[in-house]
Design a protein around this ligand. Structure first.
Ligand code: LLP
Length: 407
């Protein structure tokens, strides 16, 4: 990413501002597609649902994993055909199921016996027969943050293996659907290829069990979760290692494999640009109060996530901390009236001044999409870099747009 462009964008668009790098997203997609050649890649829209991001991924060949009818509409607005969309989610409403079926959705990942009943009835009434994958809860520990673990046996997600097998065995009771696949997503921010191999094995055992009583499932969907390193000393994940750990298992069983990566494709391609408003020292802490806050990027407050923070120099270079620079350990905090409003704890940065620009790294996934209007703060602008150029892909919200529905 050309850093001088960041000054230009800050001057013209203002801060806080999310900036995504189209070339980086493209490179991430191509690497993943090469590692998972022959598999269906369904981008998890929840990670970053800006239409320009979706359009780019659509053009690159991705399908889409959506968890609401709003996300489905976004994917279709970006050019995706309904057959390339998987509708997942633990609580789909009837109107959402209706709309997805009317659109001709490719797959529905069903998460409970009741949902299967409702979906089958709605589809049958329409004379449709959609593809369904049952989301099982494979009871695999993903070794991640507790809020990001979804596949432990007693979590709210999916159906335990035994009752899911019963549903397949009783498939004649659900004539409105074609139960053709099995799905699992055990969590997010995962780094261990062995965990994926374990999950794949549970899915394949499920397929084998179904085949033993005559139900031929053709698809396994192993979900997303591929981790990215937020700090230089964190382990790097090679997606090739994950592919190598699980694809040979599936190959032997002759099933089609689907994956649903979100973070991997977009996290590293995004930065949140923010400006220092004030600096001060309270007790033994040096504070940099910046114009971005927890409403813009909630990951540090919600998960204790540690994003790297870089200071941008006037010449466009990152200001490096070295033995010559005056430096401090900073608390980078926002203007919101909560002690939980911080963007980074104890980051060592060269001396900060009012007006300095900071770039919070790896903010392309679960950044803007999780932002809110808390404290009546308009949500940030979003910008896409392409080569040496850039364009605004979502303008900053205005006060007027915030209150429009209340007047
Ligand atoms: N498939 C399903 C069914 C999911 O629930 C998710 C993410 C994904 C795929 C994509 O996972 P990914 O590849 O992005 O790890 N807000 C949290 C992450 C929550 C993930 C929720 N589900 C964060 O900021 O870390």
């Amino acid at each position: 990413m050309t850093k001088t462009l960041l000054h230009e964008i800050a001057a013209q668009v203002g801060t806080p501002c999310y900036i995504y790098d189209q070339d980086k997203i493209t490179a991430n997609y191509q690497r993943l597609a090469a590692a998972f050649a022959g598999c269906g890649i369904y981008y998890a829209v929840k990670a970053n649902s800006n239409l320009s991001v979706l359009k780019l991924l659509c053009e690159l060949g991705a399908g889409f994993d959506v968890v609401s009818i709003g996300e489905m509409r976004r994917a279709m607005l970006a050019g995706a055909s309904a057959e390339r969309i998987v509708f997942a989610g633990v609580g789909k409403r009837d109107d959402e199921l209706n709309e997805a079926l009317d659109a001709g959705i490719g797959w529905l990942n069903v998460e409970s016996a009741q949902e299967l009943r409702v979906l089958s009835d709605i589809a049958q009434a329409k004379g449709l027969h959609p593809n369904v994958a049952l989301r099982i809860n494979p009871a695999v520990d993903p070794h991640t943050h507790q809020y990001l673990a979804t596949g432990k046996g007693s979590s709210k997600f999916g159906i335990n293996v035994e009752p899911a097998l019963d549903l397949v065995a009783q498939r004649a009771n659900y004539p409105g659907v074609n139960i053709a696949g099995v799905h699992a997503h055990i969590g997010s921010l995962l780094f261990e290829p062995a965990t994926y191999a374990q999950t794949m094995q549970v899915l394949l055992d499920f397929v084998a069990e179904c085949r033993s009583f005559g139900a031929d499932l053709s698809h396994v969907d192993v979900g997303g979760g591929f981790g990215v390193a937020y700090q230089p000393d964190e382990p790097q994940l090679a997606v090739e290692d994950i592919a190598n750990a699980m694809l040979p298992l599936a190959c032997a069983d002759g099933v089609n494999v689907q994956i649903e990566p979100g973070r991997y494709l977009v996290a590293e391609a995004g930065q949140l640009l923010t400006r220092v408003l004030y600096t001060k020292t309270n007790g033994d802490k040096h504070y940099a109060v910046v114009d971005a806050a927890m409403n813009d990027l909630i990951r540090p407050s919600l998960y204790g996530a540690a994003h790297q923070v870089h200071k941008l120099m006037v010449d466009g270079q990152w200001a490096m901390v070295n033995e010559l620079s005056t430096q401090h350990s900073y608390e980078v905090v926002g203007p919101i009236c909560e002690s939980g409003d911080f963007l980074a704890h104890a980051v060592v940065l060269p001396d900060l001044q009012r007006g300095d620009l900071l770039a919070i790294q790896h903010a392309g996934a679960y950044g803007f999409v999780m932002s809110s209007n808390y404290n009546t703060r308009p949500r940030a602008a979003e910008v896409m870099l392409h080569g040496q150029g850039w364009r605004i892909i979502r303008p900053r919200e205005t006060f007027e747009s915030l209150v429009a529905g209340e007047l």
